[in-house]
Ligand binder design. Sequence first.
Ligand code: HEC
Ligand code: HEC
Length: 231
Amino acid sequence: MTTKYILYVCAGLMLGQGLAKPADVAAAMQTQCAQCHALKAPAPAELTIDRLWQRKGPDLYYAGSKYNEAWLVKWLQDPKRIRPAGEFYFKHVKTGAKEDVVDESTLTPHVKLSKDDATAYAAALMQLKGAPDLVEKGSYKQQPGRAAMAAMFFNKLRGCSACHQSASGAGGLSGPELYTGGERLQPDYIHDYIKDPQKFDPHIWMPKLGLNEADLQRLTGYIVGLSAAKR
Ligand code: HEC
Ligand code: HEC
């Protein structure tokens, strides 16, 4: 039995016994999650392309500025693939006859949590906010009518679907799917991410598309609406 395994069991027992005080949850996440996810903001000098290449899961140190808590609770109990090729794309695709295909054999399922643990971990994740100006509160204005034509913007005019799926199986593979984006993500985060992806990581390969404010509002409204329709 490895030390790591013993730590897992201890963390599991602590939570199982209802000792889920914030400090205990933070310690458990350190053992169960931190080997794949950054729970603390890296120092600016650590934000290298190498870190991005080597990271095993998306950053969670600004989780509280990014996710809807109800989605976290649900997903942590029953994780569904968000990045079609896992973390990250370039490591899990092979050349197919016409285009790149995902090499499923290299992907492993995500750890599943019990309802109690998912609730406690989600609450702890919501406390992680990142830099105070990372996401601007109220940047998405939610004005009616903006969603019109947005599908065409997403799929044709602004090229988002080259990397993102707006319906299961429809769209690119290199970015996270966005058909559950409205359920998963806070609208202000969606807006600010599209506006300037490099604010979240200087080396992330989503291009800064230089969209005007009307386009940003329209696309954000579209993504929010994608999963709203399925709720
Ligand atoms: C072995 C590595 C690994 C471990 C351990 C791990 N994760 Fe993950 N996690 C991933 C990967 C890879 C993804 C991306 C999955 C996807 O896109 O479908 C992910 C995705 C997530 C997401 C969704 C993020 C997003 O924006 O798409 C959350 C939330 C999350 N993990 C939380 C946790 C928590 C909490 C723990 C600890 C209980 C944990 N993870 C442990 C690898 C890991
Ligand atoms: C060249 C590929 C590419 C294009 C084109 C692209 N994206 Fe992205 N997008 C990405 C990648 C890669 C990420 C970040 C993945 C990560 O952190 O794991 C991302 C992240 C996002 C996120 C945050 C999602 C999340 O789960 O954190 C949103 C929202 C988004 N993109 C919307 C758009 C929109 C809208 C467009 C079109 C205007 C677009 N993207 C164009 C590759 C792309």
